[in-house]
Design a protein around this ligand. Structure first.
Ligand SMILES: C[S@@+](CC[C@H](N)C(=O)[O-])C[C@H]1O[C@@H](n2cnc3c(N)ncnc32)[C@H](O)[C@@H]1O
Length: 273
């Protein structure tokens, strides 16, 4: 199955194949996501490549995140925090925590324990430093882990969050199943992920941003150009909106809701175990 892009821009003639996500099974979507990798020439699997890529860009990640999103990523994370604050979780697992911005912001929910988990030691090192700087060591624990094989027992957490992480999973299905397993019954999952605007002129603006601006920013500022190509390719090839809702449903989540952010360039998904 060859998927060039999940969206097409007829006038700009971007995509060879338009594949509506809603018509694909979760297994097909997982297979497709596996094929979008940072280093095309590498023989390594997606997980190893993604870990290597985030280790390489960890030192520049926070700054570039602000530039790429024009600072809106901070506002989106705040929305995730306010959604969870109303549910008063005691223990939260922030998966693919990276440099820990969301884990740190989640302190505002009043949670007693927050675990920030990530597969990249490089990203975690920066995160650990930030947690220390915020004097949050007592509440936030930063741990190495793989979202597809979580080291926690069933029904451990009141809430789980993933910000810009799910599209990097090697096996999306496995990752989401694991999150479901470690959540307590009635527990909440909140996912923040990039999505693709569907309306004019945001759709076209998004295209220009991801096709030209993002790689240009990567070329100018980053040690790893392919990382920025991967970020835009993986965003375009990831299911969003109804398609992602369906995936959550298939895993077993209930009460699923999708809230598009900033003209649909990102979406927040809320689901209950
Ligand atoms: C784009 S960063 C997002 C970091 C952070 N959540 C944020 O909002 O800035 C994606 C993160 O997912 C992590 N990641 C990718 N695959 C993972 C996996 N299987 N298990 C845990 N973390 C993973 C990467 O190491 C990286 O730190």
């Amino acid at each position: 199955m060859e998927i060039e892009r999940a969206y097409d821009f007829p006038k700009l003639k971007l995509g060879k194949v338009k594949m509506p996500f809603t018509s694909l099974s979760l297994r097909e979507i997982s297979e497709m996501a596996k094929k979008v990798t940072p280093y095309k020439e590498s023989g390594e699997g997606k997980k190893k490549q993604v870990t290597r890529m985030f280790d390489t860009i960890s030192g520049e990640y926070d700054k570039l995140n602000r530039v790429i999103s024009f600072g809106t990523d901070i506002r989106w994370r705040k929305r995730v925090v306010s959604i969870l604050a109303s549910k008063k979780p005691r223990r939260i697992l922030d998966i693919a925590t990276g440099t820990g911005d969301l884990a740190i912001a989640l302190k505002q929910t009043g949670a007693e324990q927050i675990v920030g988990l990530d597969i990249s030691p490089g990203m975690l090192d920066i995160g650990k430093r930030k947690v220390k700087e915020h004097a949050l060591d007592d509440t936030i624990e930063m741990v190495i882990g793989d979202s597809e094989a979580l080291q926690y027992k069933e029904d451990t957490f009141d809430a789980a969050t993933v910000a810009f992480g799910v599209r990097n999973f090697e096996d999306l299905r496995k990752g989401l199943k694991e999150i479901y397993r470690v959540l307590k019954p009635g527990g909440t999952l909140v996912v923040l992920e990039t999505s693709v605007p569907t309306r004019f002129p945001f759709k076209q603006g998004y295209y220009l941003h991801s096709r030209y601006l993002l790689p240009m920013i990567g070329r100018i500022f980053s040690k790893d150009r392919s990382a920025y190509r991967y970020l835009s390719e993986s965003a375009a090839a990831f299911p969003y909106g109804e398609a992602f809702n369906n995936i959550l449903k298939e895993i077993g989540f209930i009460g699923i809701e999708c809230r598009p952010q900033t003209f649909g360039v990102a979406s927040i998904y809320i689901a209950t175990k």
